[in-house]
Ligand binder design. Structure first.
Ligand code: FAD
Length: 487
């Protein structure tokens, strides 16, 4: 039976917590029907991976920002909690909705759940429309000439570029475009208790970030003014504010990759950024796309080696003391410790240092990459189902287009190359702030007099290295040699 034109549309927000360039929102408004917005906190569907603690912190603020933005637009917004398979059809019924609209998700469990929700709604006579609000290209749209999925980044990125420019972002709707749907009952955001209280470990996160669409917009503008010029040269330098720090905003969909794509293009057109910096930045968005392309091919991406030969890898049983040292940034390798402390205090870590810390866990400590993936999942504000798994598998050498296993990062040389003055280390490992620069990445080589002058007693103020890098590297390579060759 055709529904009345007055029957509302329910807009289901998920990983797209923004009003600008939101295809689902635009489509909902275009129907001309009254619209009600819903966010469902789903901790009841058994197959979904629960959010980590830092992500929950982010989400609580992002939802508050979204609720305020919806209110300013005159769009009723409700927050509910429950398993989507039943909670979404119930919300549709409560709203008397004729149509449900959402932007698609790409994790296997989420996509399966969405199919189930869609089938249930359609059986109940509710239409469903879904859109791409997360990626430049759907993962299944980018293929080789033979139509097969791609496993290597360069051909993947060429295939993306051959599709031409992504369409311009959709404008943010105005109040006039909104016909308000019915108000649904729901929870207050604080009812979800997503912010830590005892202890409140989130002070550093609050200082570092402004979650929400407005925060994302400000951060983009700041990056274009201050970071984009020189990005290609400086993006590997953790001691410089040279990257966009867009990752958590992208993770929660407070900004779209399309918006970023066109914002940097506009900066180039205005002469504010050289083409090479813009291209490099876009290729990083390309790595994000590639991670989603791989996630689509490998549903168990965060738990299963893409290369099955790694299933036989002789990982060491994690040593609790060594794991604690890695978590807390007390390994005795300053660049590793700075990175792990940056992660703990701010919920984010510079990309170069992520690679160094991951390599240290996997190769120096010989710990299964999944342990590290899980720690990052819990502590990163940008913990992303595609990027995190892809990057850990990349460092471990077991991924699709992975760094070869025998590439073992040397934490001393990496520190000296990418943090040459020790500025990054001294920011996050203040006990080394007076150590002469030439020793800041290897304090154990300083003389006792030099260390004393810097106020450091190794083993007391800062640890001795928990493992000898050269020997650990040999052990890792010997373990790798026992694997069968790549098919
Ligand atoms: P920019 O340099 O400004 O790049 C812009 C955007 O491009 C990023 O926000 C991100 O969306 C994308 N991007 C950049 N580098 C990569 C990359 N190597 N792979 C995929 N996308 C990239 N990124 C996450 O978003 N979530 C994660 O959970 C995550 N886990 C990681 C774990 C490890 C072990 C490693 C080595 C990397 C991980 N990355 C992850 C990738 C990368 O470190 C971050 O995306 C980047 O540091 C975010 O900072 P930015 O926004 O300033 O990056």
């Amino acid at each position: 039976m055709p529904s009345s034109p007055e029957a509302p549309v329910l807009l289901w927000f998920r990983e797209d917590l923004r009003l600008g360039d939101n295809p689902a929102l635009a489509a909902a408004l275009e129907t001309g029907r009254p619209v009600t917005a819903l966010y469902l906190f789903d901790d009841a569907s058994p197959d979904l991976r629960p959010l980590g603690a830092a992500s929950k912190w982010w989400l609580s603020y992002s939802l508050k920002a979204l609720a305020e933005d919806c209110a300013a637009l005159g769009l009723p917004f409700a927050l509910r909690r429950g398993g989507a398979a039943t909670a979404i059809p119930k919300a549709a019924k409560d709203a008397g909705a004729a149509q449900l609209i959402w932007n698609r998700r790409y994790e296997a469990a989420e996509a399966k759940l969405d199919d189930e929700v869609q089938a249930r709604l359609e059986r109940a006579g509710v239409e469903v429309a879904t859109f791409n609000g997360r990626l430049l290209h759907e993962p299944w749209e980018v293929t080789s000439k033979a139509g097969t999925p791609l496993k290597v980044f360069s051909p993947f990125w060429r295939a993306c570029q051959a599709k031409g420019e992504p369409p311009p972002p959709l404008p943010r709707p105005t109040k006039r475009a909104v016909a308000a749907g019915p108000a649904l009952d729901g929870l207050a955001i604080d009812d979800l208790a997503m912010e830590p209280s005892t202890p409140d470990w989130a002070g550093g996160l609050r200082d570092a970030w402004t979650p929400g669409e407005a925060g994302a917009r400000e951060a983009v503008a700041e990056f274009i003014d201050e970071g984009l010029r020189g990005y290609a040269r400086d993006r590997d330098r953790p001691d410089r504010p040279s990257t966009s720090r867009m990752s958590p905003h992208l993770r929660f969909g407070e900004v779209s990759p399309r918006q970023l794509w066109h914002a940097v293009e506009a900066a180039k057109a205005e002469g504010a950024a050289p083409g090479q910096d813009v291209e490099k930045f876009r290729s990083e968005l390309g790595w994000r796309e590639f991670s989603y392309h791989l996630l689509h091919q490998h549903p168990d991406f965060a738990t299963r080696n893409v290369q099955p030969r790694f299933d036989a890898f002789p990982w060491a049983k994690p040593d609790p003391e060594q794991m604690r040292a890695w978590h807390k940034g007390l390994t005795g390798y300053p660049i590793v410790d700075a990175g792990m402390r940056q992660l703990w205090t701010t919920g984010w870590m510079h990309n170069r240092v992520r690679m160094i810390c991951a390599s240290f866990l996997i190769k120096d400590l010989l710990v299964d990459w999944r342990e590290g993936e899980a720690w990052f999942w819990d502590t990163l504000v940008d913990a992303d189902p595609a990027n995190n798994a892809a990057s850990w598998q990349w460092v471990a050498g077991c991924g699709a287009d992975a760094a070869p296993y025998f590439r073992v990062f040397n934490p001393i040389l990496q520190g000296e190359k990418f943090d040459p003055d020790g500025v990054y280390v001294k920011t996050f490992v203040p006990e080394l702030k007076d150590v002469p620069t030439r020793y800041v990445h290897k304090p154990w080589e300083a003389t006792e007099i030099e260390l004393r002058a810097a106020g450091v007693t190794l083993g007391q103020d800062y640890p001795h290295p928990i493992i000898d890098h050269a020997r650990a590297r040999d052990r890792a390579l010997a373990a790798f040699d026992r694997l069968p060759p790549r098919e």
